[in-house]
Design a binder for this molecule. Sequence first.
Ligand code: IMP
Ligand code: MG
Length: 171
Amino acid sequence: MSSIEVLIPEEQIRGRIREMAEELSEKYKGQEVVLIGILNGSVFFMTALAQLMTVPIEIDFMAASSYVGTDSTGKVLITKDLARSIEGRNVLIVEDIVDTGQTLHLLKEMLEQRNPAGIEIVTLLDKPERRKVEFEADIIGFRIPDKFVVGWGMDYNQKYRELPYIGVITE
Ligand code: IMP
Ligand code: MG
């Protein structure tokens, strides 16, 4: 059995999500926003954030995997698309962690072609040292060092997503 060391405790995460919800509610004041969660990792963060928002929201989900094509340009494969159109809507993409930046960089480009009113990106965690493409989320919960983390939706071989803190696996 591997053991898990706490990197960010639950209370600190909940406090930061509350702050982010307040900031976003202020930003979208008087408007509606569609939260788009990127499956599966964003689910825990997305529901916590959504319940603290004070503007009208809708939720939708998509699943994608990024890969590097033969011509070395990144491509994103949509394995589950949105259920509804985002044309003319304020879109807030909700992600668990930005790592190389490839997935969100490509996904944002793709969703922009659907003519939303605007797209913002919120991520619970950011690992800036790992970036391979230029990409910055609009709102970041915590910047963390280059460590593989689990909890709050993030997995190691599909396990540990349900942990209410952010942890690092130690052997
Ligand atoms: P990227 O930014 O395109 O490299 O992809 C980021 C995705 O990889 C995230 O949405 C996570 O699902 C996954 N990921 C990246 N770093 C970690 C980690 O430390 N733990 C768990 N999943 C991770
Ligand atoms: Mg993810």
